[in-house]
Design a protein around this ligand. Structure first.
Ligand code: SF4
Length: 374
């Protein structure tokens, strides 16, 4: 694998919209990184050199101490060959940011931060039950800029009770810190989350779909004016600052996912994932009998994945690629399905590539699902 993803499964508190795997107890927290190192040792034959990216996600990986990050990265440098241009990203929550912490990360070789800002408004942060406040968001960004050239921040639009004006203010505040990269996601209401429960009980009113679209359209225009490239539906980067980790993932490259619930892909057809339970994960690593499940993707699954990820990317979908990889039956089906959307100018051909037009960007996932083979 040329990419390593580390899932750190602990958080200070549960954000109301989140359905990732995490625990808010401290049980097992102290030795989770040791276990992740052991898992890496057990699966070392799956690592393909040279490593192009390491990504600490979660959960809240900024709860990992500087010392543990340092030990972990030193081991990787000692045991594996590393690309000169390796991208090492740490997701960081604003409430964990101190000058010492960022200094320590940098000294250990972390060269990219992804800050979970989400919003600069207290009202939004409280509604989401984020652990940080607006002041901490500003301080974290100031410090990130002091220690890292390459930092990204996450924002959420389509918040209940928000307005286009507030979204504009949020974006403007973020841009004041001159980040090279911004990821912006619509708030999605996932089942079994506190937000879902609150909406079902009519305690929170979601904003209409049309307003979410307005926020997204504003985002696209604003980021273009500011010189960012919308290289993937939710991701905007200055040239040379697109996320290596994310691009490799979207381009179907192999990645090794370590830690509870982490997913891996062999870059061919095999997907696997670790047990989503910290205790069972610890037991399985300690006994060297990893608890993992896997699936082998069939050609239809692979075609559908290519459609979904490809249409969201700036490059679009290559008809040549579909013919070569999936065969003539698939390419004929694809050409047939695109007709209606071509007529409606939702998509257009750019040489061999099919791309989503500016006016239909918000509809990308819906267009992709029309091209799926069910
Ligand atoms: S900090 Fe991140 S992983 Fe943890 S609950 Fe919030 S959104 Fe989920």
């Amino acid at each position: 694998m040329s990419n390593i993803y580390v899932h750190y499964p602990y958080c200070k508190q549960a954000c109301h919209y989140c359905n990732f795997h995490f625990s808010t107890t401290n049980k097992g927290k102290d030795n989770i990184l040791d276990l992740i190192e052991k898992e890496l040792e057990i699966r070392s034959n799956e690592v393909k050199s040279p490593l192009e990216s390491i990504y600490f996600g979660g959960g809240s990986p900024s709860l990992i101490s500087n010392k543990s990050v340092d030990v972990f990265l030193k081991k990787i440098h000692r045991d594996y060959s590393i690309s000169d241009k390796i991208e090492i990203t740490m997701e960081v929550n604003p409430d964990d940011v101190t000058e010492d912490y960022l200094h320590g990360l940098k000294a250990s070789g972390v060269n990219r931060l992804s800050l979970g800002i989400q919003s600069f408004f207290e009202k939004d942060l409280k509604l989401m039950n984020r652990a940080h406040n607006a002041d901490q968001a500003h301080k974290a960004l100031s410090l990130a800029g002091k220690y890292f050239d390459n930092f990204s921040l996450d924002l959420i639009y389509g918040m209940p009770y928000s307005s286009l004006l507030n979204w504009e203010k949020n974006l403007n505040l973020a841009l004041e810190y001159n980040p090279f990269h911004i990821s912006a996601y619509a708030l999605t209401v996932e089942k079994k989350t506190a937000l879902h429960h609150q909406i079902k009980k009519n305690k929170i009113e979601p904003i209409p779909e049309e307003s979410v679209r307005e926020h997204y359209d504003f985002l696209i225009d604003k980021m273009e004016i500011e010189g960012y490239i919308n290289y993937e539906f939710s991701n905007f980067g200055k040239p040379g600052y697109f996320s290596v980790n994310n691009q490799n993932y979207w381009n179907g490259k192999a990645y090794l996912g370590l830690g509870p619930s982490a997913h891996s892909y062999d870059g061919i057809r095999q997907r696997s994932w670790n047990v989503s339970n910290n205790h069972l994960y610890a037991e399985s690593v300690s006994s060297k009998k990893l608890k993992r499940e896997s699936e082998t993707l069939n050609t239809k699954d692979m075609y559908n994945e290519y459609i979904m990820t490809g249409l969201r990317k700036i490059e679009g979908l290559s008809l040549g690629h579909i013919k070569k990889v999936f065969g003539n039956t698939y390419s004929a089906y694809f050409e047939e399905q695109v007709g209606r959307h071509l007529e409606q100018r939702n998509i257009f051909w750019d040489g061999d590539y099919l791309k989503v037009s500016r006016q239909a960007k918000f509809l990308t996932d819906g267009i992709a699902s029309d091209l799926f083979i069910i």
